[in-house]
Design a protein around this ligand. Structure first.
Ligand SMILES: Cc1ncc(COP(=O)(O)O)c(C=O)c1O
Length: 412
């Protein structure tokens, strides 16, 4: 009756069950929806006017008469792809021909298309651990088994191509093929970015073993400071020549402009001549089967991206402020260690491993009315970590932190 690709019914975990049965209010330190954390213009808490007038500008950009006529282009209408190209040039100093950009309704949809493009059912997708949990579902829906390669915990969860190579060898030894290797750069939730030398080693491996690289860069605009060796846009690492392997960089409005509800993401494809054109032609064919990005948001894209920086700055100010509160709440040398936050909207706390993470998180919710995520949601290699979002309104965040301090460092 149903496809085996969905291993349903998925059971609710203990935290979800506790939340479902809850009536008492709690402080939510997991919220990552930028439209519901008091950053919109007109909301009490808007930051220094940085977002002032933004709602009106977004709505005006969407009210474009041309949207009354439907003239679809599977890769996305040219003015919208040119806007993405201009954004890469202005914000990241990277030249991206519009012909190498494909629009999708979100980066999640882009993942689905790229997995369709590169994998046959049974081929393996490699993803980092710890990292973004939705990747499991996205691979499962394409009938592609997912395997993890470790980010080096001893090196602050940095990417090392050797870990990918070891996993590729294991997959191949079991008679399977690796279709794609996913990078999350900067990573969610650890904020770590990839060093150029490691990307070079990964491309060499990709060329030799015939897999594609998918680099999820949705948090690329949210970095504290770049180490000189950090890669920003993987598909553009070589400005003078194309990379040796097929590489797809993903981005979108949900993070870069704080507008997840408008549903627009993009793929920037690069690779060796011949292979790249072939990939783009097939990707266009996949996109043509869906034509999922609304004309209205595509027409609005030049204006939305032109104003994105103001929103990104407001989000960034919020993240930095909350991060300072976090550092002050858990100074070095205490029982709880805040992992260095290098990028993104999350922070990871290493907490005493005196009981399973799940117990810690349930106790925080039930006895202290504060919600955080356990590290195992993100496949940390060992316990105990909790992950907090840095987006909540500062008042909520600081009160939530106070509760975390009382619960996690009771003798301090
Ligand atoms: C690493 C990462 N990639 C992709 C997404 C989803 O982005 P989109 O809204 O474009 O699907 C998220 C959302 O939190 C994310 O953390």
């Amino acid at each position: 009756m149903f496809s085996r690709r969905i291993s349903a019914p998925h059971e609710l975990n203990r935290l979800a069950r506790a939340l479902a049965g809850r009536t008492r209010p709690y402080l939510d330190l997991t919220v990552t929806n930028p439209t519901s954390v008091g950053l919109r213009s007109g909301e009490v808490d808007a930051f220094d006017g940085a977002t002032s007038g933004r709602d009106a500008r977004v709505l005006a950009a969407l009210a474009d008469q041309r949207g009354l006529v439907y003239t679809p282009d599977p890769k996305g209408i040219l003015s919208a792809r040119t806007a993405v190209s201009n954004y890469y040039a202005a914000v990241h100093g990277v030249l991206v021909p519009p012909g190498q950009i494909v629009l999708a309704a979100s980066s999640s949809e882009a993942y689905g298309w790229l997995l369709k493009l590169t994998g046959d059912p049974g081929d393996v997708v490699l993803v980092p651990a710890p990292s973004y949990p939705l990747l499991d579902a996205l691979a499962e829906l394409e009938c592609l088994p997912l395997r993890r390669y470790a980010l080096a915990s001893e090196d602050g969860f940095a990417f090392h191509a050797a870990a990918v190579e070891a996993e590729v060898q294991r997959v191949e030894a079991s008679g399977h093929r690796v279709a794609a290797v996913v990078l999350v750069n900067p990573n969610n939730p650890t904020g770590t970015s990839l060093a150029l030398a490691e990307l070079g080693a990964l491309f060499a491996l990709a060329k030799e073993r015939g897999f594609a690289v998918i680099s999820d860069e949705v948090f690329v605009d949210y970095r504290y400071s770049d180490r000189p060796q950090d890669v920003r846009v993987a598909a553009a690492t070589t400005s003078t020549s194309a990379p040796d392997a097929l590489v797809f960089s993903l981005g979108g409005l949900s993070k870069s402009a704080g507008l997840p509800q408008l549903k627009l993401g993009w793929i920037f494809a690069n690779g060796p001549a011949g292979l790249l054109e072939d990939a783009l032609e097939r990707l266009e064919w996949i996109a043509d089967a869906y034509l999922s990005v609304s004309t209205q948001v595509q027409l609005a894209l030049p204006k939305l991206l032109a104003h994105a920086r103001g929103t990104a700055d407001a989000i960034w100010a919020r993240v930095l402020r909350n991060e300072r509160s976090l550092q002050a709440a858990f100074p070095p040398g205490g029982g709880v260690t805040v992992l260095p936050v290098r990028a993104g909207w999350a922070a990871c706390l290493r907490v005493p491993a005196v009981r399973p993470e799940e117990e810690t998180v349930l106790d925080l919710l039930e006895s202290h009315d504060v919600l955080v995520q356990p590290g195992y949601f993100y496949e940390f290699p060992f316990e105990a970590f909790v992950v907090v979002s840095l987006l909540p309104p500062p008042g909520v965040f600081e009160e939530g932190l106070g509760r975390l301090v009382r619960a996690l460092t009771p003798h301090a």
